[in-house]
Design a protein around this ligand. Structure first.
Ligand SMILES: [Zn+2]
Length: 336
């Protein structure tokens, strides 16, 4: 190679090197403005009448907190750092796709408050709701949901919008779908014959989550519907009105011990619902509610009396039994 050729080669490679970098730089320059146009929408958090709403900065439309969370989970929200701190992520805490109840480590004391940002819900089945068994004592087992009559293959719908947390078979519940809603209420749909959703699906209110059936511990096709808050089953009829009005009983409802205890209700009778709208009402209601104790092996009347700071005589009066009566394991004793 001659020196001229050497110089020419160096000159050409320098030109190529420079051209490449100018091109690459211009590419990043032209891509930068595009990068900001992600198709996402920015929202501003606003409080109206004490409730949280989100304003679409392009259209000025207001959406509810649940709608905001669903849009955000679908990746459609331009998130600011402020939002990340201000918005509690109800779809992250105890988000486990392999358990019907991921909240076994949580102890929730009563009364507790649940909140709704809408006043109506969609019935889980089409047509009239026929409740065949209610939340309450059913023979010796507690029944922690309500049974709604249906024909195998009937569509089962999510009562509110939300995100599917669990889809799978559980021994008692059979084929089950659990949907978490933005207010951290979870609804459980059991004894299904088919699933129509997958874990982590974002679903709208009324969306079909599966077909009704008779799987699991079930005699005859029906939907077993549970309403849970952080793993605690709440009397579904305390929250949702199944009288045809499709109404939710309150924007803020206080759940007293009685509305989470099957012991306080009968699965064969409709309980009278008086919604508790304030903490004071809930505390007062709890004081008036009867309390029960399930007898364990080796326990006597005096053990139970001591535990609840009562006299043996008082327990006997509450339960209309004599002081000499023997207790059987599993027996329910009224202690207030
Ligand atoms: Zn049931």
């Amino acid at each position: 190679m001659t020196p001229i050729h050497k110089h020419l080669k160096l000159f050409l490679s320098t030109i190529i090197f420079l051209l490449f970098h100018v091109f690459a730089y211009s590419q990043t320059e032209t891509f930068l403005p595009l990068k900001q146009d992600t198709g996402k929408v920015a929202f501003t958090k606003v409080i109206l009448d004490g409730r949280v709403y989100f304003r679409n900065e392009n259209t000025n439309q207001f959406i509810t907190y649940s709608e905001y969370l669903l849009l955000r989970d679908a990746g459609l929200v331009e998130q600011s750092e402020v939002d990340n701190h201000m918005v509690y992520d109800s779809f992250a805490d105890h988000w486990e796709g392999d358990k019907v109840n991921p909240y076994k480590d949580v102890v929730l004391s009563t009364p507790f408050k649940i909140q709704f940002d809408q006043t109506t819900f969609t019935h889980p089945i089409d047509g009239e709701i026929k409740v065949t068994s209610r939340f309450g004592r059913r023979r010796r087992r507690p029944h922690r949901g309500i049974d709604i009559d249906l024909v195998t293959g009937d569509a089962v719908r999510s009562v509110l919008s939300g995100k599917v947390r669990f889809v799978g078979y559980s021994r008692g519940h059979g084929k089950t779908v659990v949907v978490r809603h933005a207010n951290e209420i979870e609804t459980v749909y059991a004894h299904l014959s088919e699933y129509a959703v997958n874990t982590d699906d974002i679903i709208s209110e009324g969306q079909i989550i599966g077909k009704g059936g008779n799987t699991g511990r079930s005699t005859g096709s029906h939907l077993h519907l549970e309403v849970r808050y952080k793993g605690v089953c709440i009397h579904p009829e305390y929250v949702f009105n199944f009288d045809g009005s499709n109404s939710i009983r309150g924007a803020e409802l206080w759940v007293s011990n009685g509305w989470k205890s099957p012991r306080s209700h009968s699965a064969y009778r409709k309980s009278k619902v008086t919604p508790l709208f304030t903490e004071e009402e809930a505390i007062a209601s709890e004081k008036a509610e009867p309390r029960f104790h399930r007898v364990r092996s080796g326990e006597t009347l005096s053990h139970i009396a001591m535990r609840y700071h009562l006299g043996v005589r008082e327990i006997c009066r509450l339960n209309a039994i004599s002081q000499n009566s023997t207790l059987s394991i599993g027996q329910i004793v009224k202690v207030r």
